[in-house]
Design a protein around this ligand. Structure first.
Ligand SMILES: *[C@@H]1O[C@H](CO)[C@@H](O)[C@H](O)[C@H]1NC(C)=O
Ligand SMILES: *[C@@H]1O[C@H](CO)[C@@H](O)[C@H](O)[C@H]1NC(C)=O
Ligand SMILES: *[C@@H]1O[C@H](CO)[C@@H](O)[C@H](O)[C@H]1NC(C)=O
Length: 410
């Protein structure tokens, strides 16, 4: 009896399971259809100036981790997106024109994600996909480095270009045939800052003995991009290189003094706490002021490769090949606290601040950490080696490949 009962239950269970499986399959199929139809709708939207997007989940849902991979050398590869004649390349970054010995070899290294391929940038796809859209880079000179790559590649594909300065930008271009505008808004700290001198009438900072420094308003966007959120459909932000820059913001002689709501933050805080406050305020500002349907992207920190000292201590970057994984760890590990440690440090602050926001993260740090060979170095035309910016053509072209792959999933 017990056995029969058992058999009976098992049979019933099997029937139930079959029904459940059938139901689940139907559900899967239905949701697949739904997804496909959403995808189709997204695609048909491409010709309107509204950019549809599904916030940051899109990126986590895509199965391939683009930063997990390696650089592969392909001596036969010829880079054809643009060349040293692109007028927008800042002189110090034009390693071909400046005869850097490995300038031609830099672009023969291709980034290969382990589980997928990175598509090379397709300027015509980009111009067609973002017809009638405005794309703004907001940040320091490393974002300009990336902006120039994009402009040079797009100009090669479509030469009818109007040069202008939209929405307070430092520089910008409209690709007339497609009505696509790309602009660069220069800002070092994202927020407004300027010289601060003690007031002889006294004040909270004066009473603590401060005589001079830089006033940094953590809640006031820099004038160079305050109008960018209302203008652009895609914004790519960065900040980081100026936060650990003692030569400018000397902690003793010219410290950063943070202000919130127009009043000094008391007790005064260290720059890394200031960065947290700035990120918090600026993320809120952008999310409040952005155009409906706009896409906000934060680019992670670009690594530097100084060896034998920092930039002002005779540091240099003479390598002609990418670093091995072991050397990457030596250069950038937070535990080893090397000269170039700020790359991963800045990222910790970024990731913490961006969590739960609608921003997409474009992680270029790890792939770039390998490329000690790709800076202008002594060919930068400065008194010191430039181991911070990148040769063009070069690594920031790969950043734009990644940007395009990200945008394809949106
Ligand atoms: C992607 O790969 C990088 C490099 O191997 C790794 O540090 C990171 O944790 C990975 N990200 C995810 C979401 O797995
Ligand atoms: C680079 O080499 C070319 C050819 O030898 C020369 O004409 C040019 O002046 C060099 N440029 C620089 C910046 O040294
Ligand atoms: C170009 O695009 C903008 C939106 O970014 C739009 O307002 C404008 O009307 C477009 N111009 C033309 C000529 O289509």
């Amino acid at each position: 009896m017990a056995t029969r009962d058992h058999t009976h239950t098992t049979a019933k269970k099997t029937a139930n399971t079959t029904a459940t499986l059938l139901f689940i399959s139907l559900l899967c199929f239905a949701s697949l259809l739904l997804c496909l139809s959403i995808f189709k709708t997204t695609n048909t939207n491409t010709n309107t100036n509204h950019i549809s997007y599904n916030n940051q989940q899109t990126l986590t849902r895509s199965s391939c981790n683009h930063t997990d991979g390696r650089w592969i050398h392909d001596p036969t590869f010829t880079f054809t997106q643009y060349d040293a004649t692109c007028k927008d390349i800042f002189k110090g970054w034009n390693c071909l024109a400046n005869n850097k010995s490995n300038a031609l070899n830099i672009v023969k290294w291709r980034w290969k994600p382990r589980h997928c391929d990175l598509h090379p940038f397709d300027p015509l796809w980009f111009l067609q996909r973002f017809r009638d859209a405005n794309i703004g880079f907001v940040g320091d000179s490393l974002n300009r480095n990336m902006f120039v790559s994009l402009v040079c590649a797009l100009k090669k594909a479509s030469s009818d270009v109007k040069k202008w300065r939209p929405a307070g930008a430092d520089r910008g271009f409209t690709f007339v045939q497609y009505n696509v505008t790309v602009a660069y808004h220069r800002t070092n700290l994202l927020v407004r800052y300027g010289r601060w001198l003690a007031n002889h009438n006294g004040g909270a900072l004066e009473s603590l003995g401060y005589k001079q420094g830089f006033r940094v308003d953590v809640d006031v966007p820099d004038g160079s991009w305050v109008k960018a959120t209302r203008f652009h459909d895609i914004l790519i932000f960065n900040t980081g290189h100026w936060w650990w820059a003692p030569s400018k913001f000397d902690p003793v002689k010219s410290p950063m003094l943070f202000f919130e709501k127009g009043l000094p933050v008391i007790p005064p805080i260290q720059p890394h706490y200031g960065l947290d406050m700035v990120l918090k305020h600026m993320i809120t500002f952008v999310e409040r002021e952005m155009r409906p349907g706009a896409v906000n992207i934060f680019r992670t920190q670009s690594p530097r490769h100084f060896e034998g000292g920092d930039w002002d201590q005779g540091g240099s970057c003479q390598r002609l090949e990418p670093l091995s994984a072991e050397l990457v760890d030596q250069f950038f590990s937070l535990k080893k606290n090397g000269i170039n440690v700020e790359a991963r440090l800045v990222n910790q602050h970024l990731y913490a601040a961006l969590e739960g926001s609608s921003f997409h993260i474009l992680d270029i740090t790890h792939i770039s950490e390998f490329r000690a060979d790709a800076h202008p170095s002594t060919a930068g035309g400065k008194k010191h080696d430039d181991c911070m910016h990148w040769c063009l053509p070069g690594i920031t072209d790969t950043w734009n490949d990644m940007l395009m792959d990200h945008l394809r999933t949106i």
